[in-house]
Ligand binder design. Structure first.
Ligand SMILES: [Zn+2]
Length: 175
């Protein structure tokens, strides 16, 4: 299977190709002089399906569609087709044929799209592997639990408000 590895702050590190049967613990990033350490402890279930993220150890993965690389190009073409249609130029046969071709490409892409697994915590993604049934789609509640903690905003108050705050807290403690 192929893993698009990300670090704890979800920054992309690179791509690795691993054989789950061999459970490699140190793998070189493709085309980079860097290694990643994989944790296979309880990562596979009894049916040899991936259960937890081998990069960060998180047990919550979600399934998503992995689209082939031509997808963004076809999306741009479809958007151009929609604009041409909206402007009323889609009347000549060559343009209609082109729009049908784009539509066919969309359908083929949907059929070719494969399942991938994505880690809720580090967002590393796993491609080219059988996905166990118990993995669900992306879930907002789970995602919020794993979202990085928001940094507290620096308290900026004017001196007047600060003295006012001090006064009301003093009043509260004395009464
Ligand atoms: Zn992870």
């Amino acid at each position: 299977m192929r893993i698009e590895v990300r670090d704890a702050s979800r920054r992309r590190i690179g791509r690795i190709e691993v054989d789950p049967a061999r459970r490699p613990t140190r793998v070189n990033i493709e085309g980079a002089d860097r290694e990643v350490f994989l944790d296979w402890d309880r990562a596979l279930d009894d049916a040899r399906h991936l259960r937890r993220c081998v990069v960060c150890g998180c047990s919550e993965l979600f399934r998503a569609k992995a689209f082939p690389q031509v997808t963004s190009f076809v999306v741009v073409l479809a958007f151009a087709g929609a604009v041409v249609g909206a402007l009323g130029y889609a009347t000549t046969p060559p343009i209609l044929v082109a729009m049908v071709v784009v539509l066919a490409a969309d359908v083929v892409i949907l059929l070719l799209a494969r399942q991938r697994l994505v880690c809720h915590r580090c967002r590393s993604s796993y491609h080219g592997l059988p996905v166990a049934r118990y993995h669900r789609a992306w879930d907002r509640a789970v995602a919020e639990r794993h979202s990085p903690a928001p940094q507290p905003a620096p308290l900026r108050t004017s001196p007047r408000i600060r003295t006012w705050l001090k006064r009301i807290t003093r009043e509260r403690t004395t009464t």
